[in-house]
Design a protein around this ligand. Sequence first.
Ligand SMILES: Nc1ncnc2c1ncn2[C@@H]1O[C@H](COP(=O)(O)OP(=O)(O)O)[C@@H](O)[C@H]1O
Ligand SMILES: [Mg+2]
Length: 306
Amino acid sequence: MKPLEIADVGFTYEDGTVALKGLSMSIGKGEKVAVVGPNGAGKSTLLHLIAGFRMPFSGQVMIEGRPLDESSADDLRKHVGLLFQDPDDQIFMPTVEEDVAFGPRNLGLDDIEGRVARGMRSSGMETLAKRKTHRLSYGMKKRVAIAGILAMDPAILLLDEPTSGLDPRSRAELIGLLKEMDRTMLIATHDLEAAAEIVDKAVVLNVGMLMEGTMRELVLARDLMHEAGLELPPISKLFRVLETMGYPMDDLPVSLDEAVEQLTRVIDREGKHAHAHIHTHVHGGHEDDHKHSKAAAGERQPRDEK
Ligand SMILES: Nc1ncnc2c1ncn2[C@@H]1O[C@H](COP(=O)(O)OP(=O)(O)O)[C@@H](O)[C@H]1O
Ligand SMILES: [Mg+2]
């Protein structure tokens, strides 16, 4: 039994806007999946359906093996935690600890204190319990909202554009947090760079599903990327440029970690050769003519810092 199964789901808003059509997908336990797609693709609508805020017009959402409907929604909501795009829509208690306690208390869960402590620890907020929520930075508010969700210990964590509006440091910290977190996750985003750091699998959505695959399969699908209004992560762009310069790329890296891993491998394997090769592409001529490039390459030692 998977934590989340969606079968042929469709949703149309009251004004006739078709937001989702014929969508089927599932998420395995502990799996992290990104839902990517342009604005208006139906990402937020999908998360709201899974969270039980709205009911699908057609098809079925199954949470922990149980169909989500009007009668099961209240109960199944306990298994799903949704992080809103804007933390101000989610935070309304005066202090951090009161806000984190609100969710579990509202659901009538036991051991509120323990839950609050765990939620705050998992989101790195433990020293900020007494702080006034309205004075926190936007990034910190996101963390408070995440702590509040984790305090409810949901089987599935839904995150709506979690990196939007964050400054670079908060963004990096949030990515690190989500990457380390051992929990089933569905992340709606158009930040492919962040997604590549966090998730294993991506679903490309535009009312219906356009593709499902690994992040690498996604970034390699150029036409689809264009159609879905998606941009390559900067690191992948850089490697595309390197490739045209003769860099022997085995696989297009989609994250910084992958890029470093691949570079280490390539330098180990063919260090000075690759350097000379790139030099030739950039400056023309024959590889053997470039003695200085070999000398420069010879100084490089394969690094092994880990
Ligand atoms: N409350 C609403 N009433 C009518 N249409 C809506 C409403 N919310 C969203 N939509 C429309 O539904 C579609 C999907 O929106 P949304 O799920 O917010 O997409 P995304 O999160 O991918 O940007 C869009 O065309 C949007 O304009
Ligand atoms: Mg949205």
